[in-house]
Design a protein around this ligand. Structure first.
Ligand code: CMP
Length: 139
């Protein structure tokens, strides 16, 4: 069942490059409502847990290392058709393939440092949001 919610992280590259405010502005201007948000520096085990589904992929260690290299902003967002619309807003995983005007096209440099994460399904949006936020931290 569609929940109309998605989960995002503004990644360490975008935070370090002072793009946090502009990215949040893009998200709000696209009609998403912020349900929960936190600014945190992930530990290695937290990043490994979040990306466990990729643990057998060749890029896993680099991904964990990158995601723990600096603070991130994690958030749960709400909008009709949230997962699909958010993935359109952020653009392709590899910014080289991202459409003009998308967040990754504007702020990402590479497939590793790609500025932002967006859940790929309603089921994962739920799992990922629950990974970061307790029931008392979202409404
Ligand atoms: P994200 O949507 O956060 O989920 C997994 C991340 O792995 C992805 O964004 C990319 O930043 C990163 N990654 C690095 N290399 C690859 C690759 N070859 N294919 C997919 N994702 C990759």
């Amino acid at each position: 069942m569609a929940t109309n919610r998605t989960f995002t992280m503004i990644k360490p590259d975008a935070v370090a490059n002072n793009h946090t405010g502009k990215v949040i502005d893009d998200i709000l201007n696209a009609g998403f409502k912020i349900i929960a948000m936190k600014y945190i520096h992930l530990s290695t085990s937290q990043a490994e847990g979040f990306y466990a589904v990729h643990s057998e992929r060749p890029f896993f260690r680099d991904l964990v290392s990158f995601m723990t290299s600096g603070p991130i902003v994690a958030a749960i967002l709400e909008k009709e058709n949230a997962v699909e619309d958010f993935r359109k807003l952020i653009g392709a995983t590899n910014p080289a393939n991202a459409e003009e005007g998308t967040i990754r096209k504007k702020y990402a440099k590479s497939i590793d440092a790609n500025a932002i994460h967006g859940s790929d399904s309603d089921e994962n949006a739920d799992i990922e949001g629950n990974y970061f936020f307790s029931q008392f931290e979202r409404f």
